[in-house]
Design a protein around this ligand. Structure first.
Ligand SMILES: [Fe+2]
Ligand SMILES: [Fe+2]
Length: 246
């Protein structure tokens, strides 16, 4: 049987663009920092770009249009989920018109990816109920499975963001245990580097393109100012992943 080509995936998260492109987010200009990632992202040449929420700081249409325009310049298919700063009803028309995919299940060579929406109105924390977990049951058990969700499914050791993590995360973990093909859960929201293996599943944070904290600190702690994304190579026998920095 011919080998399938690995899928090069780029995860971009927590861009926090505001209506006014000149405004600051945690002492950083979010637009300028996102632009700093353009060249490394183009050089990485992904087959698929996955945006994992908090794309906007204020759910303004202008910010969604600027994210759309940035993503188009990567010149590959784009998939997305919202974050707690986003408004799905406002972002969806902008992204739908651009042909961006919100899944909830996406084919990627030897892999299938589930895009789970953990966001609830006026709630910085997240949660997955039975309906939001339903895409897991649609996954082809003969493919490796990767899960993308905005909120962290386990604490990352940073109180400032763990207090608004994923409530009732055991529901997700119960679903993952019934899915022997599951390989990783990738998320945003935490604005820091993080990787930990739990029950054979890699839990992988995508740092923010706008502003990141030093890892595992009680308060958001400046010191990691480089805009970052996360890359994946999804192959027939497994995957590799790491950070893409500007
Ligand atoms: Fe964020
Ligand atoms: Fe968030």
């Amino acid at each position: 049987m011919p080998r399938r080509k690995p899928t090069r995936l780029l995860q971009v998260s927590d861009c926090h663009l505001a209506r006014d492109p000149a405004s600051t987010y945690r002492d950083q200009n979010a637009d300028a920092n996102l632009d700093r990632l353009m060249e490394p992202a183009q050089r990485w040449a992904p087959d698929l770009l996955v945006l994992t929420g908090d794309l906007s700081e204020d759910a303004s249409i202008g910010s969604y249009c600027r994210i759309r325009d940035w993503a188009r310049r990567i010149e590959c298919p784009v998939a997305w989920i919202p974050g707690n700063h986003d408004d799905r009803d406002l972002m969806a028309p902008v992204f739908d018109d651009a042909g961006f995919d919100s899944g909830p299940v996406i084919d990627a060579g030897a892999w299938q990816l589930a895009l789970l929406d953990s966001v609830w109105p006026n709630d910085p924390g997240g949660e997955l109920d039975e309906t939001r977990l339903a895409p897991l049951a649609e996954l082809d058990r003969d493919c490796h499975a990767g899960i993308f969700v905005h909120h962290q499914p386990i604490p990352v050791g940073a109180a400032w963001i763990d207090k608004v993590g994923m409530r009732s995360a055991e529901r997700l973990w119960a679903g993952v245990r019934e899915l022997p093909s599951a390989r990783f859960i990738a998320f945003g929201h935490v604005h820091q580097r993080f990787r930990q293996r739990v029950d054979g599943i890699d839990c992988l944070a995508c740092p923010s393109t706008a502003a990141n904290s030093l890892p595992a600190t009680p308060r958001f702690t400046h010191g990691e100012t480089t805009p970052m994304a996360r890359w994946f190579v999804l192959g027939e026998t497994g995957f590799r992943s790491g950070y893409l920095a500007a």
